[in-house]
Design a protein around this ligand. Structure first.
Ligand code: NAP
Length: 346
């Protein structure tokens, strides 16, 4: 049936936040398609998730060349959802893709930050999604074997060609972020956004990256604010939850379900209950408490999960006392995606 989005989608249910010093805003909560939208997943579930998100004011969908499995299949599916449902709404959407992790065979297919890899990969992504341009194109990872000038030069080229309206980087250190921004600025291309991992169980970006981005006027979209589902109530009483990311055993390592992490998650769950929120909602609201975070980039496997998470915007404020209580438990807890990202291609 022809998709008719909810007419109330811009009636104030979703706040929008300006991206750094740029001219555009992103929804406070954005939806990522890393998992649950690939060729192995149920096509109509992915479609229902995108429709529901858009109905609730989520105007930003985040993809990457390698999302699937198989790699590339998420962009292919997205191309079909665009054609079937979202074509009339292209100008209401911010669609992003990325390149840098392994994608195709041979010396140029990645992992790579070379000009060859980035330009070819962006062309492939546009073809798979049936788009003329992406709104944001990212260098997905630092490539220590490619000069930063080459990687940034490729992004600047895509920007000048109009194939990427805005440029981003993901998982770059503060120092490399500053260098990347300088190289881009010399090409008269602003560094629009950075996409790091950030959650109550991984606060590394508070030690330098956030202040760096603030000084540069670059936005910050925090990925995995639920620590891949750990910061929900699902693992509190049972660590072998059927259908969960932990039991699928792909990106959520069993070591993340340590007694230390689970103890802190239980305590955080109680604080959330006192605030009248689910833990997922409090985890998202907490990531957004800092105005330097432009958007929380979540994932969802079901529409019920998505609805639960999007309800975070109903209560974004925290008292100083609540923040102090949360600080006792919200500490780095071996959930760092970067450690395994060469295997998970996140
Ligand atoms: P997340 O929001 O931390 O985790 C999402 C997962 O948590 C869901 O798939 C689901 O997993 C569970 N979940 C979500 N909402 C729930 C709820 N309300 N109650 C219970 N469980 C819930 O985010 P993520 O999927 O790890 O990452 C989000 C996006 O960030 C990705 O899609 C991608 O766009 C981006 N990302 C980028 C990088 C990078 O290197 N730049 C790396 C990783 C991710 P179950 O299957 O267990 O139910």
């Amino acid at each position: 049936m022809l998709y008719q989005p909810d007419n109330t989608r811009y009636d104030g249910q979703m706040p929008y936040r300006r991206v750094g010093h740029s001219g555009i805003e992103l929804p406070a909560i954005s939806l990522g398609l890393w998992q649950n939208f690939g060729g192995v997943d149920v096509y109509e579930t992915g479609r229902a998730l995108l429709r529901r998100a858009f109905d609730r004011g989520v105007t930003h969908f985040d993809l990457a060349n390698c999302y699937g499995p198989p790699a590339g299949s998420t962009e292919e599916n997205f191309g079909r959802w665009m054609a079937q449902d979202f074509k009339p709404f292209r100008d209401e959407l911010i669609v992003s893709s990325k390149a840098g992790w392994p994608m195709w065979p041979g010396p140029y297919g990645g992992p790579s930050g070379s000009r060859k890899h980035l330009i070819a990969s962006c062309e492939q992504s546009l073809r798979r999604m049936g788009l003329d341009y992406v709104d944001i194109f990212y260098s997905h990872r630092v490539d220590p074997d490619t000069p930063l000038e080459e990687t940034m030069g490729a992004l600047a080229q895509l920007h000048r060609q109009g194939k990427a309206l805005y440029i981003g980087i993901s998982s770059y250190s503060p120092e490399l972020t500053r260098k990347a921004a300088k190289i881009l600025a010399d090409e008269r291309v602003p560094l629009f956004i950075h996409q790091p991992n950030y959650s109550m169980l991984n606060r590394r970006i508070e030690n330098g990256l956030l202040s760096t981005l603030d000084a540069l006027g670059t936005g910050c979209i925090a990925f995995s604010p639920l620590a891949q589902g750990l910061l929900t109530s699902k693992y509190i009483s049972n660590t072998a939850v059927e259908d969960s990311r932990a039991t699928r055993g792909t990106s959520l390592r069993q070591s993340m379900l340590s007694e230390d992490n689970l103890g802190r998650i239980r305590a955080l769950n109680q604080i959330a209950a006192r605030r009248g929120q689910t833990l997922a909602q409090m985890a998202i609201a907490w990531a957004l408490r800092d105005p330097r975070i432009t958007s929380a980039l979540i994932g969802a496997r079901t529409v019920a999960q998505l609805d639960d998470s999007l309800d975070a915007v109903k209560r974004l404020d925290f008292t100083a006392d609540e923040l102090a209580q949360i600080d006792r438990y919200a500490q780095d807890g071996d959930v760092d995606i970067w450690k395994v990202s060469s295997q998970i291609e996140g």
